[in-house]
Design a protein around this ligand. Structure first.
Ligand SMILES: Nc1ncnc2c1ncn2[C@@H]1O[C@H](COP(=O)(O)OP(=O)(O)OP(=O)(O)O)[C@@H](O)[C@H]1O
Length: 245
């Protein structure tokens, strides 16, 4: 089957800065793809372009066979932003039910989404009184409640303890096993190892697009953090070489 997302020669300028410098990559269906890269490398910008909320300077982004941002993709793509997007003056359950209605879903779907992110016990608590990690999971429940075909998650496990992180990753893989496509950004290298595929970007350029095992084989190191450092250093040297020519 064709890929869920196909990005071709994508250039994005934000302010006066060229943030994505001609990225081409695909996100395969029914798998968890990790989006890794240093802070400010362009991960959120790439995700915004895939969701269709980012003005692009040139290139194309095709999502589930349609141009990114097309109206018919609204219910098919879920997006978790870094800042939780939930209502502080509603309970977790009320938030989930509200977003469920927007997605044409019912109360049972909302309650299941809340329980899937480990918030069943806090379901009747106002979101404004939750911890940061709980609020972020409430937001995740609302992004997943419509069971979208493509799920874009910007650092979904920030602020979560190791047990919850493991639970969330198990959930992501269970979703992928039923055909959902996930693109997940992260700063945490042990999470990179949990992905089926990895996209590594630096300074708005793609440095690696491979499986974790292939990244280890190419760099000759088992530790993915060290492997990424090597790839990033190699790309910096390449960049310096090009500038000197
Ligand atoms: N609204 C904006 N206006 C101008 N420049 C922006 C804007 N948002 C982001 N940028 C710049 O675009 C670049 C890429 O930002 P982006 O948020 O995509 O990076 P990131 O890899 O997601 O970073 P992080 O891991 O820290 O979240 C950064 O240099 C940032 O300063």
């Amino acid at each position: 089957m064709d890929d869920a997302v196909s990005v071709r020669d994508l250039v994005v300028d934000r302010g006066r800065q060229r943030v994505l410098q001609g990225i081409s990559c695909v996100v395969p269906r029914g798998a968890v793809t990790g989006l890794l890269g240093p802070s400010g490398s362009g991960k959120t910008t790439l995700m915004r372009a895939i969701v269709g909320v980012q003005t692009v300077s040139s290139g194309t982004v095709t999502v589930l066979g349609r141009p990114a941002g097309a109206a018919e993709l609204r219910h098919r793509v879920g997006y978790l932003t870094q800042a939780p997007s939930v209502y502080a003056d509603l309970t977790v359950r009320e938030n989930a039910r509200y977003f469920a209605v927007l997605q044409g879903r019912g109360r049972a779907d909302a309650d299941r989404a809340v329980s899937d992110v480990g918030l069943a016990k806090a379901a009747d608590q106002l979101v404004g009184t939750l911890s940061g990690g709980q609020r972020s999971r409430a937001s995740l429940a609302c992004a997943l409640v419509g069971e979208p075909e493509l799920v874009i998650l910007d650092e979904p496990t920030v602020g979560q303890d190791p047990v919850l992180r493991a639970d969330l990753w198990a959930r992501f893989h269970a979703m992928a096993a039923t055909g959902t496509t996930l693109l997940v950004s992260s700063h945490v290298m042990d999470e990179a190892a949990r992905c089926d595929r990895l996209l590594l970007i630096r300074d708005g350029r793609l440095v690696a697009d491979d499986t974790p095992d292939a990244v280890r084989a190419t760099t000759g190191v088992d530790d993915l953090e060290e492997a990424f450092l090597r790839l990033i250093r190699a790309s910096e040297q390449e960049g310096a070489g090009e500038r000197e020519e």
